[in-house]
Structure formats: C-alpha cells, structure tokens
Write a new protein. Structure first.
Length: 617
C-alpha cells in the first residue's frame, strides 16, 4: 500500500543553545559537564580534578581564604602572646600585670572576629558544596538522557542511581578537605614555619626530617588505600543495583514465596561490601596509627630540645612555649593532610566512576542537526536491517514500509518477530545497521530526533506513572500545566469520571507507579497524557493486552478517539485492536510476509489467517 510523496515538512535551523537555568551560586551548567568531567578525570591529582569542576566560580577562593585567615587569627597569635606574657611574668611580674588587661582585650577581640566570620565562611562553603552537588546531579541526568538505548539495555539502574548518591556524595566531601584542610592548614603551615624560622631557624632542620617522613608515609599508603576504595565502590554499586531490583520486584518475590532466596542473594552482596569495607578500615587504622606515632615522636623531640635549650639559658621560657605550641600546630596540620587521605582516595574513586560515564562513546549526537518545526507523520522505511549487540540473529531483515500521514498500521506477528524493534527504530532509539528511516521525507539520522519525539505520543502496556498529582501526570513535561487542557484530554480518554471520584480530583497525589489504580485506569491516564501532547504520530505498544474485556472496551474507545487524524503504529495481538487499522503488516523473523487490510488478509488465508485463528480469536 504505497503513499503519494508529499513535500517535506519545513526545516528550521537549530536554535541557539538555551542559557542554563541556574540558581544562586550554581557552578556547572549541566550541558558543559560532559566536557568538564573527562578533563577532570585526566588531571594528575584529585585536587586538580576537583578544582577543574569549579571552573565557573573560582572567585570564591579568595573570599574563603580571607575569611579562613580572619577566623584563625587566634591560632596564629595566641602562642606569641602567651609566650610573651610568660617571659615577662618570669622576669618582671609587675610589667606582666600591667599588660595583662590589654592581652585579654586583644584575645576577646580576636574571638569576636572569629565568631563574626565563622558563619559567613561556613555558609559560603555550604553554598559552594550544595550548588556543585546539584549541578553535578543535573549534569549526570542530562548525560544519561543522551546515552543510547543500547547503553541502557545493558546497564543496571541501581548502578546508575549509585552515581547520583554515592559518587556525588564522595565528591561533596572534597569541599571540606579543600577548604578546611588544604587551604586552612596550608596557610597555617606557612605562618607557623615563618614564626619558627624567626624564633629558632635551626629548628627547621627538624622539619626537614618530619616532612619527608610524613610524605613517605603518604606515598606508601596512597596506592593501596586508593585501590581498596575503588574495590569497595564497585562492591557497593553492585549491592545497590541488586537492592533496587529486589525492592522493585518485592511483589514477585512474595507472590512466589521465595523471600529466602532474595534475602540470601542480598546477604551475599552485603557481606561482600562488609568484607571489603573491613579491609579498608584496617588500612585506615594502620595508616592513622603510623601517622599519629610519627607526629608525636617529632613533637616529643622538639619539646625535649626546647627544654634542654631553656635549661642552658639559650632560649627564654616563653620561647619554649611558643616553639612547642607552633610545632604542635605544625604537626596537627600535617596530620590533617594525612588523615584526609581516605577522603582523597574516595573522591578519586568517584571521579573515576563518573568519568567512565562521560567517556562512553555511545550517545545520541543530534547537536547541530536540523530540527523539524512541524510534523505530518508520514513514515517511510527502506530496506532496514538491525541487530542487537551480542545477538547472533537480526531483528530486522530488509524491512520496507510506507505509512501515509494520518493513517494507521498494525504490526502483528509472533514474539521476537521484530514488532517492538521496528517501533523503536521509527522513534530513533536504535540506528539501523543498513537502510533508511524517513519521517516526512527526512532521514532520521540527519535531523534532531528530539524534535521528532516532541510530536510523538507513546502508549504501552507498561504504563509509567510518576509520584505526582493526576494533573502533573497528564501534563508530564509541561512546566506550567494547563488544567483545562488536561481535563479535556481526560474526558476524551474516558478518565474524567474516575479522576473526579478521587479525594482531590486532578490534584490527587498518585502513589509510586500509580499504585491503587486498576490497569484500565492507568492506561486511560496514559492516553490522556498522549492527548494532552496532541501528537501527530502515535505508537501503541500492546496498549490493551493486559486488560480484562470490560476495561479493554473502555480503553479501546479512548484509543479510537486518540487515533483520529493521527499517524498510528499499533503493536498488538488482540483482534479488537488491529482489525480496524488501515493496514496490517505481518512480520516473521524481521521480515514482512504479508500486508493488507484485515478483510484482505483473512481472505488470503495465509500467515495472518493462521495467527488470527491461533491467537487473536
């Protein structure tokens, strides 16, 4: 059944990229994350990688540095004031009493400054951390939406979900390390080294021993800790993947009374996480013990040296206090760096995981392609071949099909004959290995497929309803739902009456996946959603196959309303669904074996006749 060639729909140039929707202090426009994440992953250090993700808001660093130094002024100055007062007390008690009120006032002043700057500094860090996390998650979802369906076919939802929670959470912890440890302790280290060099330059020789010793400890433990964090991340990801499947399938599990099997499998994943986590905890404990012992040995050496110098009148007793206090703080700063090694290793593992997702070369690349401004819905398929990855058999073998705009075609055949695959190829979810798919005369691979899908409505057997109001589900994707338009769509879909019987009508909040609604009610809401979109092309994939006869009758009436004036591709087994189609196409092993109207195919007494007698009736 051929169609007349109509002129192609007008094509408009792709619009300029929209400006990203950003809230206060949002750091990464989600569209740029695909470029930033691989770049970050290639950085030689985890800190450098994290800073590259802050590319749009590095101006926050000077503000934070200023506030941190004001906040820690007491840390820098209190040992000097205390040492000075102690020396005066030992030499001239009266002079010490004279200066005591001024020292107290200065101390109180520094404390007040500390209180005044602590809140804005922590709020600034919190804004940076939360905004970065939010933009990372949005960028991840944008990336996942653009990966091919071949990728999603082989991926576990739980592992993808873990990237949004576990991996992004580990990167969020890097903010605390960067600002609270690296910057704060780094400046403290510089200040105190300078003061020690002024007081006793030769004591810096001890630093020449302490720093290499701690760097050696860091070097020895970094690789095993980093490797074990990666091992633990993979184990946790596998656990989360199975947990998602177990929670999604709890009804199936309990229906078949196989709870023990599910619990045993979950226990296996949980034990694996526990074992790998315990080994990592042992590494951390040993590392922390070695770092603590090294730090305290150096502190003891400095204090003993200071006491010896003071006993021989080479330094004053106040200087002993200053030297001991600053070296203790120096050791604490080095300890902070070393104790943050697990945070760095965890962030490195998270960057590796997220970077892998962004480096997958398996995505829908429609950038810069022409967009269809309107759609008539004419479909033409020319010698299409398709084979799923890792499959030995082709799902489509030289399909040729013409569907004129505004007409309906029903795809029938046994399971595995290629019906759903053909519908997915029409939507551009999969690219044919050979041949062409033309929409309104345009090759689907040469245009922006999202511009096509905006004019498509899909109603399938497995209806996806969201945890949202009835209005939100019907108008899904519309940021400003039109209540009147939604009601008209619901009336046409025979859904208005049961919606109004709900406690809050169109404002009623549906449960997860529409729990509490019958199969027919869920299907009618899906039809109302399609009507709200006013699509030019419809895909009905087994839309009534799971319904009882009465529900099917009501849904079929709604489908007939939905199909009027629209190009419709119907995938079905039931006779009632296909018999009124303008054309029926019989598929076997990915090829068209028969094509015609219902009466023509029944009169031919061929493959469709046999299928109708064996399944449809």
């Amino acid at each position: 059944m051929s169609s007349m060639q109509a002129p192609p729909a007008p094509v408009v140039p792709p619009p300029a990229a929209p400006r990203p929707e950003v809230g206060p202090r949002t750091y990464i426009p989600s569209g740029r994350l695909a470029a930033l994440m691989p770049e970050a992953r290639r950085r030689s250090t985890t800190i450098g990688a994290y800073l590259s993700l802050m590319t749009d808001k590095r101006s926050v660093l000077p503000k934070v540095i200023l506030l941190i130094n004001l906040r820690h002024a007491p840390t820098y100055l209190m040992p000097l004031l205390s040492g000075w007062m102690l020396t005066m007390l030992a030499q001239t008690p009266a002079l010490a009493l004279h200066w005591l009120p001024w020292v107290v006032l200065m101390t109180v002043g520094m404390m007040l400054v500390n209180v005044a700057v602590t809140l804005p500094q922590r709020l600034l860090l919190a804004q940076q951390r939360r905004a970065l996390t939010a933009s990372l998650r949005r960028g991840l979802m944008r990336r996942i939406h653009r990966l091919s369906f071949a990728f999603h076919d082989r991926s576990q939802v739980g592992k993808l979900q873990d990237k949004f929670t576990g991996d992004v959470g580990k990167l969020e912890a890097m903010s605390g390390f960067l600002f609270e440890v690296l910057i704060m302790q780094g400046f403290a280290l510089v200040m105190m080294v300078g003061i020690l060099a002024y007081k006793q330059p030769w004591l810096l020789l001890l630093m020449l021993v302490a720093v290499p010793l701690n760097l050696l400890i860091y070097r020895v433990f970094w690789k095993p800790i980093r490797a074990q964090h990666e091992t633990l991340r993979k184990a946790e990801s596998s656990f989360n993947a199975f947990l998602f499947e177990a929670l999604s399938g709890v009804r199936v599990t309990r229906s078949h009374a196989v709870e023990e099997h599910a619990e045993e499998r979950l226990s296996g994943f949980a034990n694996s996480v526990a074992a790998k986590g315990y080994y990592l905890d042992k590494l951390h404990a040993f590392f922390n013990s070695v770092a603590w012992a090294s730090s305290n040995l150096m502190n003891t050496a400095v204090f003993a040296t200071g006491v010896w110098l003071c006993a021989h009148h080479m330094i004053k007793i106040g200087d002993l206090l200053v030297i001991s206090a600053y070296f203790s703080q120096l050791s604490a700063s080095i300890d902070s760096f070393l104790n943050s090694l697990p945070t760095l290793a965890s962030a490195h593992s998270a960057l590796t995981s997220l970077g892998e997702l962004f480096e997958i070369d398996d995505h829908e690349d429609d950038q810069g392609k022409e967009r269809l401004a309107t759609l008539r819905g004419e479909i033409a398929i020319r010698d299409a071949h398709f084979c799923y990855p890792n499959s030995a058999n082709h799902s489509l073998n030289g399909i040729d099909l013409d569907v004129p705009a505004g007409t309906s075609v029903a795809l029938v055949g046994a399971s595995g004959s290629g019906k759903s695959t053909l519908a997915s190829v029409i939507l551009g979810f999969y690219k044919p290995l050979a041949g062409q798919v033309l929409i309104d005369g345009h090759d689907l691979q040469e245009i922006d497929r999202r511009s096509i899908r905006r004019h498509v409505g899909v109603v399938s057997q497995d209806v996806m309803l969201f945890h949202d109001t009835v209005l939100g589900n019907i108008a899904w994707g519309d940021p400003l739902p039109d209540a009147g338009r939604a009601e008209r769509a619901a009336r046409q879909a025979n859904a208005h009456d049961f919606i109004m019987a709900m406690p809050d009508g169109y404002g009623h909040l549906l449960g997860d996946r529409g729990i509490g609604l019958s199969g027919g009610q869920r299907q009618r809401l899906a039809i109302a959603r399609a009507l709200y979109r006013d699509p030019k092309l419809l895909i009905l994939d087994e839309a009534t196959s799971a319904l009882d006869l009465e529900s099917e009758r009501v849904v079929q009436q709604a489908l007939e309303t939905l199909m009027q004036g629209r190009t419709t591709v119907i995938i079905a087994h039931r006779l009632s669904t296909v018999r009124n189609a303008d054309r029926i196409v019989m598929l076997e092993a990915g090829t068209v074996v028969e094509s015609g109207t219902f009466n023509e195919l029944m009169a031919a007494r061929g493959a469709f006749f046999q299928l109708a007698n064996g399944q449809l009736f």
